[in-house]
Design a protein around this ligand. Structure first.
Ligand code: NAD
Ligand code: MG
Length: 361
C-alpha cells in the first residue's frame, strides 16, 4: 500500500493506494472499533463492492448502515441528498457518525456534501471507484450537487479524513469510463509534469489494459500532483485553476451535445487539444508538442476532433457562459510548454476560432 498525504495543516489527510485493499480492515483508519458509519453508494457499485467494504468494517467492529442513491449524473441532486439525510436520521446517526462515499464522482460529490451539511458536518471518508474519481474528484474537497439551472451550483469545500483507492476496483469499470479517466491523467502531465508526460507515453498501453503496478504508480502520481495544488490553493484563488486545462472548450461540447452523450473526459480530451493548438498559435507550445499530446490522447482511445458538425460558432457562445468567464473575458488555461500551464484572459477570439477549427472535422 502506498500513501500520499494532502498537507492541509490540522486537516491533513492520507490517500491510500493499493490493489485489493478494500478487503483489509487496516485500510480504513482512522475508523476504529465502535464507530458508526453510513456507506453511501449506488446499485451499480454496491453490487460489486458493498459487501467487501461492509465486511471489512464489521471485522473492525464498526456499526455499519448503508443507503443507495440512483446511478447517474441526473441524480446528483438535492433529492438524492435528502435520501441520505433520511437514512441517517432513521438510523439515529449523530454528529459522531462517518459518511463513506463508495462510488464514482457523482456518489463522492453528493455524499461529500451530505457529510459537509448533516448536523453541520460529520466525518467523511472517500472510496472512489472510477479512474476519474481516484485521480481527481475524491481529492481536494469539492463537494456538491447540481441544480436544474446549473451544474455543481450548490456545494461546499469539505475535506475527507482519508481517501482509499483500490486500483483493482477498476476491473469492473466500463472501458469507456477508464479511457475518460485517462484524459484527466494526461492533463496532469501536460499542465504540471513533463517527466510524468514522458512516462505516460511509455506506459499508456499498460494503463489502457489496467496493469496493476503501472496503474498504481499513475494514480499515486496524479494524487500527489493534485494534493500539491490543493495544499497551495485549497479554494481555487490561483493555481488550482490550472487543473481546468481543456475544460472550457470541453464544457461547450458537453452542453452542445446534452450531458451524457460524450463523457466529461472525452470532451476534455478534445478541449485540451484546442487549448494546445491555441497555445501554439500564440507562439508558446511547439507544433511537435501539440502532436505529442494528440498522439497520447489517441492511444488512450480518446477523441481528438470535435463532435460531428460542431463548429466554432457553436463553441464561442457556450464558452462565454462558462463559470470561469470573468467580467466578460474568456479565461483560458494554456500551455507554455508540456508540463507548464498558465491562465490567460487575453486570447484573441479569432485565434480561438482557428484553434477550434483545427480540431474540427
Ligand atoms: P460516475 O460517478 O457517474 O461513474 C461513472 C459510472 O461508473 C456510473 O455508472 C457508476 O455507477 C459506474 N461505476 C463507478 N465505479 C464503478 C466500478 N468500479 N465498476 C463498475 N461501475 C462503476 O462518474 P465519474 O466520472 O466518476 O464522476 C463524474 C462526476 O464527478 C461529475 O458529477 C463531476 O462533476 C464530478 N467531479 C467532481 C470533481 C471534484 O473535485 N469534486 C472533480 C471532477 C469531477
Ligand atoms: Mg474534469
Amino acid at each position: 500500500m502506498i500513501e500520499v498525504n494532502v498537507e492541509l495543516k490540522d486537516r491533513r489527510y492520507p490517500i491510500r493506494i493499493g490493489s485489493h485493499i478494500l478487503a483489509e480492515s487496516s485500510s480504513y483508519a482512522p475508523l476504529k472499533c465502535g464507530d458508526k458509519v453510513m456507506i453511501v453508494s449506488n446499485p451499480t457499485v454496491a453490487k460489486h463492492y458493498l459487501t467487501t467494504v461492509s465486511d471489512s468494517l464489521n471485522r473492525l467492529g464498526c456499526k455499519v448502515s448503508s443507503v443507495l442513491i440512483p446511478d447517474g449524473e441526473q441524480y446528483k441532486t438535492l433529492d438524492s441528498l435528502n435520501l441520505i439525510f433520511t437514512a441517517l436520521l432513521q438510523a439515529n446517526h449523530g454528529r459522531d457518525t462517518t459518511i463513506i462515499a463508495l462510488g464514482g464522482g457523482v456518489v463522492g460529490d453528493v455524499a461529500g456534501f451530505a457529510a459537509a451539511s448533516y448536523q453541520r458536518g460529520v466525518r467523511l471518508l472517500q472510496i472512489p471507484t472510477t479512474l476519474l474519481s481516484q485521480v481527481d474528484s475524491s481529492v481536494g474537497g469539492k463537494t456538491g450537487v447540481n441544480h436544474a439551472l446549473g451544474k455543481n451550483m450548490i456545494g461546499a469545500f469539505y475535506q475527507p479524513c482519508a481517501v482509499i483507492i483500490d486500483s483493482a476496483s477498476l476491473d469492473t469499470l466500463p472501458k469507456r469510463e477508464v479511457f475518460a479517466g485517462l484524459a484527466e491523467v494526461i492533463k496532469y502531465g501536460a499542465i504540471l509534469d513533463l517527466a510524468f508526460f514522458d512516462w505516460l507515453e511509455q506506459h499508456i498501453d499498460d494503463l489502457v489494459s489496467l496493469q496493476p503496478q503501472q496503474l498504481q504508480y499513475c494514480i499515486q502520481r496524479c494524487c500527489q500532483l493534485k494534493a500539491d495544488v490543493v495544499a497551495r490553493d485549497e479554494t481555487e484563488q490561483g493555481d488550482r485553476a490550472l487543473l481546468n486545462l481543456g475544460h472550457t472548450f470541453g464544457h461547450a461540447i458537453e452542453t452542445h451535445l446534452g450531458y451524457g452523450s460524450w463523457l466529461h473526459g472525452e470532451a476534455v480530451a478534445v478541449g485540451m487539444l484546442m487549448a494546445a493548438d491555441l497555445s501554439h498559435l500564440l507562439g508558446n507550445l511547439s507544433r511537435q508538442d501539440v502532436f505529442r499530446l494528440e498522439k497520447l490522447l489517441a492511444r488512450a482511445n480518446l477523441p481528438t476532433v470535435s463532435p460531428d458538425g460542431m463548429s466554432a460558432d457553436d463553441y464561442l457562445p457556450l464558452m462565454m457562459r462558462d463559470k470561469k468567464v470573468l467580467a466578460g473575458k474568456l479565461r483560458l488555461v494554456l500551455l507554455q510548454r508540456l508540463g507548464q500551464a498558465y491562465v490567460t484572459t487575453n486570447s484573441d477570439s479569432e485565434l480561438v476560432r482557428q484553434a477550434i477549427n483545427h480540431c474540427s472535422q
